[in-house]
Ligand binder design. Sequence first.
Ligand code: BTN
Length: 258
Amino acid sequence: MLEPLEHEKILAAIELRNRKKLVNLAIFETIDSTNSFLLNSAKSGAASGSVCLAEQQTQGRGRRGRPWKSPLGANIYCSLLWRFSRISADKTGLSLAIAVMVLNALKKYGIENKIQLKWPNDILLNGRKLAGILLESSDPSNVIIGIGLNVMSTPEDENAACLAEVMNIIPMRNVVTGLLLNELLVQLDEFELNGLRSFVNEWRRHDMLFGKEVTVFFHDKTLKGVMRGIDEKGNLLLQTAKGEMQKFCYGEVSVRLN
Ligand code: BTN
């Protein structure tokens, strides 16, 4: 088991000027899902900047209705409630922007050059999944950003990577969590101002699928082609065998390397 999650240590890793944006930091020993907790809090009027962390989740959720394994004290399970200042704010590309925020926090922790992104928002280390992001909303004015980050591996996770495998020291969960929150608290404002524009180049620099042959799964169909990266809005671009460029939106499809 890693060091326990502690308010003071997490706050210490957040820059002073950003701490005021963090209005509530709830840490649970066990919870069903940190995202579910904040979805309920949002419905009862919780403020933007509310955070929920847990040592373990009994019903951790991943994208596409998958469960997210959440063993006790081994990883980071973190959710942040964010309320947009304008309900009409363009949220296109938010999930990709958040992936860049997680990437930047990991870089600040010293994990350089080894992180890649897989569309739309998986974070990979040495080709295996290090972190996943689940965005949910209780209404169009808010988003709950759920991040699951593997810190110590568990034996049954063959396709998962963890921070511990590339570090000489035991990773400090409190510091990593603080760095993650710091990045989100700064960059969500930037996203509201400029959208994906400020993040798209960094996303492209770490695009693991670029130029690779992939299969895209959508509705009941599949389509093979070569990944040509993302457009300015974060849509996936796939070049088919006929040479046509097809565009896919977030939420619509999943992608697999051939
Ligand atoms: C994915 O499928 O890649 C997304 C995984 C997101 C998991 C995190 S853990 C914290 C938060 N609470 C949840 O129930 N899910 C997210």
